[in-house]
Design a protein around this ligand. Sequence first.
Ligand code: BDR
Ligand code: CA
Length: 362
Amino acid sequence: MPGLEALWPATPAMALAVMKMGQCGGAPACPVAAGAPRTTRKKKNNNMLKVIFDTDPGVDDALALLYLHKHAQIDLIGVTTTFGNASVESTTHNALYLKQAWGFAAPVARGADGPLQPEATPEAWPVHIHGHNGLGNHPVPASLDVAADARPAHQLIIDLVRAHPGEVTLVAVGRMTNLALALQQAPDIAGLVRGVVIMGGAFHVNGNITPAAEANIWGDAEAADVVFTASWPVTAIGLDVTTRVEMDRDGLNKLATIGGADAELVRALSQDYVDFYLQAGHKGMVVHDCCACIALTRPELFQFERASVRVATDGVARGMTIPKPEGLAFGPSVWDGHVVQSIAIGVDAAAVLADIEQTLKV
Ligand code: BDR
Ligand code: CA
């Protein structure tokens, strides 16, 4: 529900301190504590879509990551982390924890620890939504058997995109700082990606941080404007559609039953997140980030409008995503000359939820 995600009670330092307290230090009760990392490899084929997942896990990020890992037509070639739902230390640790738990092979690279212009956006972690550790206060071992890639996230993005020209889709479901840094350092990647799908924005609805701004955009409005105006095709999955895709507790329990241990982990770490959305008036947890993944695998489940997009970077509307619909005439403006992007304005929510079940089923 718009507005309620803005109730951020903790400072980053407090959140980090509690996150450390919440880690279980490799105790036997930890779900994934020790031993060799699992690796579950999918049989690859030439029709698979190569994906780099840029993420801030994040409860709904975790479900999205499992969706990408499980999907038969997705070749997950990289996971890059950013600050957002928690500090980048926490989100990177969480991504590595999920890599160890689920056994995906893709490298995990740590990304930006703050926005392009840190002074513009005071950040406090949304502990009331994603918990003190970013994974719903689910116990995460302090010590893991997998390590992050040595490269910063933006460098991994550049390397992978250049290694697979025309093949890679960037799916970005957090602040878009890593993508903006990659573009700044290597503008050629704009012409080398297959596409970019983002979870972010509120195009014809209110935001969830301010009346104008959605969290992933608000958290680095400058980076989002860079991403929307680069010469690459962006598909934007914003609150206009994600808030309509609600997984209730029965749905989550069913997912854990049909999806085995991997989905059970999602069920376990999502409990407080479900509570948050129920208290906010939703029928269940909003699966924001998974919607972006499904817009890639099942675009027919969404309706899109075509528009060039600019992001307000100043004033009361900071973080607002403002579309200029294709074909409408205006006077000269800062929207002129930019790529026309695809913005989701409709969704078949039942079909999206069914697709998640189908994909996670073992
Ligand atoms: C976005 O912000 C985070 O809470 C979620 O992970 C999602 O990416 C929704 O506004
Ligand atoms: Ca996210």
